[in-house]
Design a protein around this ligand. Structure first.
Ligand code: SAH
Length: 238
């Protein structure tokens, strides 16, 4: 007991010293849990799954934002990442991840790598993540960042994610992190029967709706609107 007190006075165990953001990250996870409870009438989910919340507690969000914004990294809000793009709000990342019901063996596709934060959270929970980013410098920095963090189960490609990634399809789950006017047919085609997709659908810069699309084992699609959201627009030539 005394030894423990001395250790704490001396600055705590090594792990806490290694991660000056640990406390802020725990507070962020708490804010996400509070948001989930507040939005239960929309989402039907008072609590997000413990696996998802643990992943949110592990991924160092401060390493996914520009250095000058690190002090804000654990606020429960989106932040600019350059090129007119944003890293999504932590609560939205957690909710989208939870809606996908990720399983350890799953193969996932993401449209819109951005900072690669969503990809990193997903990578904690599934076998492989394939993610496509249309802004080449963002794809390049995401590739470097994920390698530095040791996320070797994420593969980033620069290109138009509207067309998915047929070479790695079918996907157990698909997450779209830019607002689309419609659900891209190539992504529906690349979703495995039994799979799920989460996608913001609506007009650019106006309120969109987060849509959960499920493909039945017989290939039939069902969808439900989960929550009003605002995402940057899906761009590209389609
Ligand atoms: N998932 C990201 C959020 C990024 S914002 C994160 O966790 O940080 C959405 C991203 O989608 C932007 O980087 C934008 O450039 C990208 N994007 C928009 N349209 C796209 C398209 N057609 N194909 C691939 N990426 C696209």
């Amino acid at each position: 007991m005394l030894a423990l007190a001395a250790l704490l006075l001396a600055g705590g165990p090594a792990a806490a010293d290694d991660d000056p953001f640990a406390e802020a990250r725990a507070a962020m996870v708490k804010a996400v849990a509070d948001d989930a409870a507040r939005t239960v009438e929309w989402t039907g989910k008072e609590r997000l799954s413990p696996r998802v919340m643990e992943a949110m507690g592990r991924v160092p969000r401060h390493l996914f934002v520009p250095p000058e914004l690190q002090g804000l990294a654990y606020e429960n809000r989106p932040l600019p990442i350059g090129y007119g793009q944003t890293i999504s709000q932590p609560y939205i990342v957690a909710l989208m991840t939870d809606l996908l019901e990720p399983q350890p063996g799953d193969i996932a596709f993401e449209l819109g790598t951005g900072s690669s934060y969503q990809a990193a959270v997903l990578a904690e929970l599934v076998a492989e993540v394939y993610t496509v980013e249309i802004v080449p410098p963002l794809a390049a920095s995401a590739t470097q960042r994920l390698a530095a963090l040791g996320h070797d189960n994420v593969t980033v490609r620069a290109g138009d994610g509207y067309y998915g990634w047929p070479e790695h399809a079918p996907f157990d789950l698909i997450v779209v992190t830019a607002a689309a006017s419609h659900v891209p047919p190539p992504l529906i085609a690349q979703l495995r029967p039994g799979g799920r997709m989460v996608i913001p659908v609506g007009s650019p810069f106006l309120t969109q709706h987060l849509l959960l699309v499920e493909k039945g084992e017989d290939g039939a699609l069902t969808s439900r609107q989960v929550l009003p959201v605002i995402f940057v627009p899906l761009t590209g030539g389609h």
